[in-house]
Design a protein around this ligand. Structure first.
Ligand SMILES: Cc1cc2nc3c(=O)[nH]c(=O)nc-3n(C[C@H](O)[C@H](O)[C@H](O)COP(=O)(O)O)c2cc1C
Length: 230
């Protein structure tokens, strides 16, 4: 087996283990997540730090019929419209980051058995974002704050807390900017007030056991290039 393909089916027993084994999960079992498990994850994640303890977040945890309804509405929106996010999606990157992003696409399509030249297959794969990759629960993160740089950092802290706490419950996650692509659809479905902006979302559930895609572990640049001691 490819050495980059490692297992995420064991429960992480420490933060270090959760960090080392977490990666984005893009195929899930349909098995529902018990409500007390979701409560443990999201209530603990509320301990995340934020600028002056401002706590800019609200979290909407969507399962069952509402999840299915949103999956259909978001998929339909994505088929006919380009994204209209309320956050500033990045438009340019340094060249080394562009290479990493290209490599990610190539690898994921490769493991998913998609020919990169096959646009229809790529579009179908992209649409899986809006079906939450088959996860039983979708999570939307919203805020009524002005979306400045430090609010973005607050959300980064919050998001990573959720991803790591999920590993401790044996759950997989995929953070998704895509789930903020059609905010009005989410606002309508969840009856959110207009000032509540949809930042992004994530899929959460039990990783599909038989999935090769789930075993793909993205590489990182070497520590000696990125960390310097003085
Ligand atoms: C802010 C943010 C937005 C992301 N949006 C998406 C997305 O819309 N769809 C998706 O499949 N993955 C998305 N990802 C997952 C990244 O592609 C993934 O984290 C990255 O490639 C590193 O891989 P890993 O999470 O498996 O370690 C997002 C991650 C972050 C942190």
């Amino acid at each position: 087996m490819n050495p980059e393909l490692i297992s995420i089916h064991e429960v992480a027993k420490s933060v270090k283990e959760a960090m080392e084994t977490r990666h984005s999960i893009r195929e899930y079992e349909s098995k529902p997540i018990p409500e007390e498990v979701l409560k443990r994850i999201f209530e603990t994640a509320l301990r995340s730090p934020s600028w002056k303890n401002s706590q800019p977040w609200k979290v909407h945890i969507v399962s069952g019929n509402k999840r299915d309804e949103l999956a259909s509405a978001l998929t339909e929106a994505a088929k006919v419209s380009t994204p209209i996010p309320e956050t500033n999606w990045p438009e340019s990157y340094p060249s080394d980051a562009k290479k990493r992003m290209f490599d990610l696409g190539m690898k994921i399509y490769g493991v998913a058995g998609i020919d990169r030249k096959d646009k229809e297959a790529r579009d179908q794969f992209m649409l899986r974002n809006f079906q939450f990759f088959g996860a039983p629960t979708a999570v939307f993160i919203t805020s009524k704050f002005d979306l400045n740089f430090f609010v973005g950092i607050d959300f980064g802290c919050f998001l990573q807390s959720i991803l790591l706490l999920a590993r401790e419950e044996g759950l997989g996650t995929c953070p998704q900017a895509a789930l903020g692509a059609f905010p009005q659809v989410v606002r309508n479905a969840l009856q959110l007030p207009n000032e509540e902006k949809v930042i992004m979302g994530l899929s959460i559930g039990y990783p599909k056991a038989s999935s090769e895609l789930n075993r793909y572990h993205t590489p990182r640049e070497s520590a000696s290039d990125l960390i310097r001691f003085y």
